[in-house]
Design a protein around this ligand. Structure first.
Ligand SMILES: Nc1ncnc2c1ncn2[C@@H]1O[C@H](COP(=O)(O)OP(=O)(O)OP(=O)(O)O)[C@@H](O)[C@H]1O
Ligand SMILES: [Mg+2]
Length: 257
């Protein structure tokens, strides 16, 4: 087992003439919670898209548990244990909260989403095996009150937690979270922070994009800062708070507080 769970070297993504991510190298060790910050358009989501196979890098390498990820599909990458939740909520309409989480298991059990929705016999067998674990995850994510509710009808903040619960069902080794608390009120944000800490405590490594500095500083042991696609700083929350390049990058941006 290599020390580094993830190792990215000189990652670059060009969109036409724009370098959305430019020569970025970093590593993530097992068990860490790393923050990825930067002003709007800095390249954070693009970085997630590269790591999860949504976009292919223009150049550079990504190794996860020593294996090369470049060229793999998002599905193959999820199966290897690198899993993301999206910046916008994604729950499956027409399915209950529990069923949403059960669809997360399909990537490990071999049953497709089709089987999950149409409840084929093979899905039912897997479902029994997965039910207990699903309920554990729902409990962890404080979704127990809504287990049998239609997923799209539960409160927005709960839908966000459900999207993460579904990601957890795939048993991620590394969980990528893109602004999990965006648009939430302070209380919901605090609850989300506590949940992310709990997920990390249970052994999942976390890479978190978040605009709320308080959230990032509270959760992450280490922070990377992107600006115009380049990594301009990396360090502990205290180091990043006092880093001149970071302060300048945020001056004049909406995030500066
Ligand atoms: N599919 C794409 N095609 C062309 N340009 C893109 C694409 N995706 C992102 N970009 C551009 O790449 C740059 C980085 O965008 P990205 O979404 O990665 O930023 P971000 O750091 O996630 O920003 P935000 O904080 O607003 O979510 C932006 O200039 C964006 O317009
Ligand atoms: Mg983004």
């Amino acid at each position: 087992m290599p020390d580094n769970l993830l190792e990215a070297k000189s990652l670059t993504k060009n969109f036409g003439g724009l370098a959305a991510v430019s020569e970025v190298s970093f590593h993530i060790a097992q068990g860490e919670a790393i923050g990825l910050i930067g002003p709007n358009g800095a390249g954070k989501t693009t970085m997630f898209n590269l790591l999860t196979g949504v976009h292919q890098p223009s150049s550079g390498s990504i190794r996860f548990r020593g294996e090369d990820l470049v060229g793999l599909t998002p599905y193959e990458i999820t199966r290897k244990g690198l899993v993301r939740s999206y910046q916008t909520t994604r729950v499956l309409q027409g399915l209950s909260v529990l069923e949403n989480v059960l669809t997360g298991f399909h990537c490990r059990t071999g049953c497709g989403l089709f089987s999950a929705i149409f409840r084929t016999p093979s899905f039912r067998r897997e479902e029994t095996a997965s039910q207990a674990r699903a309920r554990e995850i729902l409990d962890l994510m404080e979704l127990s009150p809504w287990v049998d509710e239609e997923a799209s009808e539960i409160p927005q903040a709960a839908q966000r937690r459900l999207a993460i619960a579904t990601a957890l069902a795939t048993r991620p080794e590394l969980l990528l979270l893109d602004e999990p608390a965006v648009g939430m009120n302070p209380q919901e944000t605090n609850e989300m922070m506590d949940l992310i800490k709990k997920i990390q405590k249970q052994g999942t490594t976390i890479l978190l994009i978040e605009h709320d500095m308080k959230v990032i500083m509270d959760i992450c042991q280490r922070i990377m800062v992107l600006n115009y696609g380049e990594k301009i700083a990396e360090g502990s929350p205290a180091e990043i708070q006092n880093n001149q390049a970071v302060i300048e990058a945020y001056l004049g941006s909406d995030d500066y507080a």
